[in-house]
Write a protein that binds this ligand. Structure first.
Ligand code: SAM
Length: 149
C-alpha cells in the first residue's frame, strides 16, 4: 500500500447521533440525538469534501449506525482511526469493530476525550478489556491520541 492508494472511510449515520440504546448506562442521559445541528447529510459532507478538492473514489462512505455498518465494511488495514462520536456507544463500537484493523504503529484519535466522560469511560473500558493502558497524548484541551503498540 502506498500513500496514493489508501482509502478514507467516513462512517456516519448522516442523521445525527442515536438515542440511548439502553445497553450502556453511561449514555442513559444523552440527548445529542435531539440536536439537529449534529445531523449533517451525506450530500452536504460530499459537497464539503468536493469544495476542498478531496472527493474521489478513494473516499468511501458507510451510512448508518456504527453498530450496523462497522461489522460489515471491508476497510483493510487502518493507519489512522479517528473517533468523534460523542457517546459511549459511539466510541466503544468503533473500537470494538475497528481497533483490530489498526496496524501496529497506527494512530487512534479521540476528539472529545477530555470533554465527555462517556468517551473517556469507553476508551478505558475498551483498553482494560484488552489489557493495555493507552499512552495518551493531548492534542488540545479536549482531544487525545495514542499510538497502537
Ligand atoms: C460531534 S459530530 C462530529 C462530526 C464530524 N467529525 C465533525 O467534526 O464535524 C458526531 C458525528 O457522529 C455521528 N454519529 C455519532 N454516533 C453515531 C453512531 N453510533 N452511528 C453513526 N453515526 C454516529 C453523528 O451523525 C455526527 O455526524
Amino acid at each position: 500500500m502506498t500513500m496514493c492508494d489508501r482509502n478514507v472511510w467516513v462512517c456516519d449515520s448522516f442523521e445525527g447521533l442515536p438515542p440511548p440504546s439502553g445497553e450502556y448506562p453511561a449514555d442513559a442521559a444523552s440527548a445529542f440525538h435531539d440536536d439537529s445541528e449534529l445531523a449533517v447529510s451525506l450530500d452536504q459532507v460530499r459537497a464539503n469534501f468536493e469544495s476542498y478538492g478531496l472527493l474521489d473514489d478513494q473516499v468511501r462512505f458507510a451510512k448508518g449506525w456504527f453498530r450496523d455498518t462497522m461489522p460489515l465494511i471491508d476497510v483493510g488495514e487502518i493507519a489512522v482511526l479517528r473517533l468523534d462520536g460523542d457517546m459511549y456507544e459511539s466510541t466503544i463500537d468503533p473500537l470494538n469493530y475497528l481497533y483490530d484493523r489498526a496496524v501496529s504503529g497506527g494512530w487512534i484519535v479521540v476528539d472529545d476525550y477530555r470533554l465527555l466522560d462517556c468517551c473517556q469511560a469507553a476508551v478505558h473500558d475498551f483498553a482494560s478489556s484488552r489489557g493495555f493502558e493507552p499512552d495518551l497524548v493531548s492534542i488540545d484541551h479536549v482531544g487525545v491520541y495514542w499510538r497502537k503498540a
